[in-house]
Write a protein of this length. Structure first.
Length: 215
């Protein structure tokens, strides 16, 4: 059985959990606490597994894969049904672009290590740190909302009527936006997609609260 090294609140690990559940794949979870004792992800034992000191890491037999989108693409290649990417090349690119709007543009500048650096190395206040987070998330979601609103045939999900890679990225980002009390009424299309996703068992079982290391 494969193993996912995860932290319950990590949005990157959350993406992979959703994908695994959508594909109906069983896996073991090994919690890696990102805060306790300065962060277990930075300890030598975990860095031997993932030199980046980040979660998730996915181990499947002899395969050791890091980076959430690479893991999901691996799952797509090895377990193609149900598909998380459309068959049409243009549609596949569009879904990947929506996923990257979140995973490459919003998430990296708002994740834990960036927020820690702002506070502990640059000396910003807690209020300034939170303002940084909210600014970049709102800016990114504003662009994403415009893209979804512009779709000629909007579906129940970010792209059509079946869940895709983009939804695996969207739901964890909105979970974190809600944690920081961002006003989501300004993003009605995103909110509707998120709400629909959370009616599905695969998304429910992936939520932070449902994880073995939830606090």
């Amino acid at each position: 059985m494969s193993t996912l090294y995860s932290y319950f609140r990590s949005s990157a690990a959350y993406r992979v959990r959703i994908a695994l559940n959508l594909k109906g794949l069983d896996y073991d979870t090994v919690p890696v606490h990102l805060v306790r004792d300065g962060g277990e992800q930075l300890k030598p034992a975990y860095r031997a597994l993932n030199v980046n000191g980040l979660v998730p890491t996915f181990v499947d037999g002899e395969a050791n894969i890091h980076q959430s989108l690479a893991i999901i693409e691996y799952l797509e290649d090895t377990h193609p049904t149900p598909a998380l990417l459309p068959a049409d090349p243009v549609a596949r690119a569009q879904v990947r672009a929506l996923a990257l709007d979140i995973a490459a543009d919003i998430h990296p500048i708002d994740n834990l290590r960036v927020l820690r650096y702002l506070k502990h190395q640059l000396g910003v206040t807690e209020e300034q740190k939170n303002a940084w987070y909210v600014h970049w998330v709102v800016e990114g979601l504003t662009s994403l909302e415009a893209r979804l609103q512009a779709q000629a045939q909007p579906g129940k999900f970010t792209f059509g009527d079946t869940p895709t890679l983009a939804d695996c990225c969207l739901v964890p980002q909105i979970y974190n936006a809600n944690r920081f009390k961002i006003d989501m009424t300004q993003f009605p299309r995103i909110s509707a997609v998120n709400a629909h996703c959370l009616t599905l068992d695969a998304f429910q079982r992936a939520t932070p609260e449902a994880q073995p290391d939830a606090e």
